[in-house]
Design a protein around this ligand. Structure first.
Ligand code: NAP
Length: 530
């Protein structure tokens, strides 16, 4: 063992975990595949990448000094500023000295004899530690589509999560974007500004809502700073830690006029309000969901001039909010531009990528650049990509066949001393808020172990069974659980990810924290500690 704890990943989770464990006096090493810190915000530097949550609710809350010093320049921080922020954090807390960059972890094996973990980097170097903390993110394993000829394209091509560090210009170029999830939408609306032509290949339209971003001046930032305690208090109280939380009324409890008025208000307000701040029944009741879907469909028809294109942009196979809602800035208006074409590949599928472009079942298109906004092998994908083996040599990937089984989303039976930050079955929602909680909980457990001279921590099988069943039960009745998306574990670009699983905790964040707090308050008696 060359240190006490190994953390995989130097994103928002890994940086904070390092900070907290160091405070306990542990010797910590962080291994990061990238050349710098930032995780999601290091990799996803595609044009238009930005927060979809209010910046001041989406940074770290643990340091008053940091809150006092940092100026968010926009209500929804653009990637370059977020990247700068995370670098500022790394410098301010002198985190870099314990981070090894360009170090992708290929394997992590537990040894019962030493009660420790040994990791192997892609280059073969090995490191050992008592504790292993995975801070590898729920959306960090990008997936390319399985299309014939994909390697034959002679122009420039790139997945959005592997965007080059050098600036990429679109002026005069013929650009294709495949994929219309939250990433595709952000990319499309930005690329459309300068591309010679932009052709969007859409398989499934998504329901989007306006972001309403705006700049934040000095005075407004001062005012926001004065409200930080209130902002974080609100995030602690709301269902998914967002500033937005469902309206307590059901659609059936108001008049049609009142209903429309709230829809209009939410559509005009910034952020996730339309999704997270809507009537309490829109995500569970089909009739209520149809009402909000109809409202957004009307907005799309109003905003897109060509009625045929408008109809193509209206989802038919799922209702509003049953997949993650992309937030947009003049996204629908992009399709009114003469340089932009929408291709419905559910009707005319892509047959192959050619050296010069893309061939669908009815046309051939020539491009200078193809952008793949085709998403991630979500939640479990980043775990699957590492050969993680527990006490009996069992591979985590095999253990999780058919869906992950966890205890509190933090531990897996048979994988002692391994703790997951933002693993499956943990409350996601406003992710930095959930990260801070997860990290602090893991830190509390490690503190407890050190204070009591304990060297092995493992969850109990009955705990795993109960938590996994609880998470499954929470999802019952949610319309989103009937829909294919990364949230239900579907990714047809990955073998074995064709059937829905329950990988996501869909209960409330306060309830999640209450359960975890209870475990800590009872001295972690629910775990096997020795
Ligand atoms: P995504 O939501 O999974 O979308 C992937 C897109 O690619 C979908 O439109 C999908 O079509 C399409 N696609 C995948 N494989 C394809 C294939 N073989 N052929 C044609 N089309 C294909 O991924 P994402 O947009 O990267 O977003 C993932 C998540 O990351 C988001 O939901 C969000 O949670 C997070 N995110 C956050 C932000 C933010 O906070 N600002 C920004 C971006 C992303 P189908 O729908 O038909 O499968």
């Amino acid at each position: 063992m060359d240190c006490d704890a190994i953390v995989i990943g130097a994103g928002i989770s890994g940086l904070y975990q390092l900070y907290r464990l160091r405070e306990l006096g542990l010797k910590v090493r962080v291994f990061e595949a990238g050349t710098g810190v930032g995780g999601t915000w290091y990799w996803n530097r595609y044009p238009g990448a930005r927060f979809d949550s209010e910046s001041y609710s989406y940074g770290y809350s643990f340091s008053q000094e940091l809150l006092d010093e940092w100026h968010w320049t926009e209500h929804f921080s653009p990637q370059p500023q977020t990247f700068k922020y995370l670098n500022y954090v790394a410098d301010k807390f002198d985190l870099r000295r314990d981070i090894q960059f360009k170090s992708r972890v290929a394997a992590a094996h537990y040894s019962e004899a030493t009660r420790s973990w040994e990791i192997t980097l892609e280059d073969g170097r090995r490191h050992g530690a008592r504790f292993l903390i995975t801070a590898i993110g729920p959306l960090s394993a990008p997936t390319m589509p399985r299309i014939e000829g994909i390697d034959t394209f002679e122009g420039q091509s790139c997945h959005t999560a592997r965007w080059p560090h050098e600036p990429v210009g679109f002026e005069g170029k013929r650009v294709a974007v495949i994929g219309t999830g939250a990433t595709g939408v952000q990319t499309i609306q930005e690329v459309a500004k300068t591309a010679g032509t932009l052709t969007v290949f859409q398989r499934t339209p998504n329901w989007c809502a306006p972001l309403h971003n705006a700049r934040i001046g000095e005075e407004e930032m001062r005012e926001i700073r004065s409200r930080y305690p209130e902002i974080f208090e609100r995030c602690r109280e709301t269902f998914a830690c967002f500033l937005h939380t469902p309206d307590p009324r059901a659609t059936s409890e108001v008049t049609p006029e009142e209903r429309e008025a709230l829809f209009e208000k939410l559509y005009d307000n910034r952020g996730f309000g339309m999704w997270q701040g809507n009537f309490r029944d829109i995500l569970v009741d089909r009739k209520a969901n149809a009402l909000v879907s109809d409202f957004v469909a009307r907005k799309i028809r109003q905003r897109v001039k060509d009625p045929k294109v408008a109809e193509m942009l209206i989802p038919r196979n799922h209702g509003f909010g049953t997949r993650r809602v992309p937030l947009e800035t003049r996204y629908y208006e992009v399709y009114n531009q003469p340089n932009v074409t929408l291709v419905d590949i559910s009707r005319t599928p892509i047959e192959r990528i050619m050296p010069t472009g893309i061939k669908t079942s009815d046309s051939e298109y020539e491009f200078d650049m193809i952008i793949y906004a085709t998403g991630f092998d979500a939640i479990t994908g980043s775990f699957d990509r590492i050969d993680i083996r527990g006490a009996d040599g069992l591979r985590l990937k095999d253990k999780w066949k058919g869906g992950p089984k966890t205890w509190l989303g933090v531990q897996v039976e048979g994988f002692p001393n391994m703790f997951m930050v933002m693993g499956p079955h943990t409350a996601l929602g406003n992710i930095p808020r959930s990260i801070e909680y997860n990290v602090e909980w893991v830190t509390g457990l490690i503190r407890h172990m050190r204070e009591h001279g304990l060297t092995r921590a493992e969850c109990r099988p009955e705990g795993v069974k109960a938590w996994t069943e609880h998470v499954k039960a929470l999802g019952e009745g949610l319309l989103s659980n009937e829909i294919d998306s990364w949230m239900t574990g579907i990714n047809r670009n990955v073998d074995g990810k064709e059937t829905r699983i329950v990988a996501r905790y869909s209960g409330s964040a306060p309830a999640y924290r209450a359960r975890c707090d209870e475990v800590a308050a009872n001295g972690y008696r629910e775990m096997a500690l020795s």
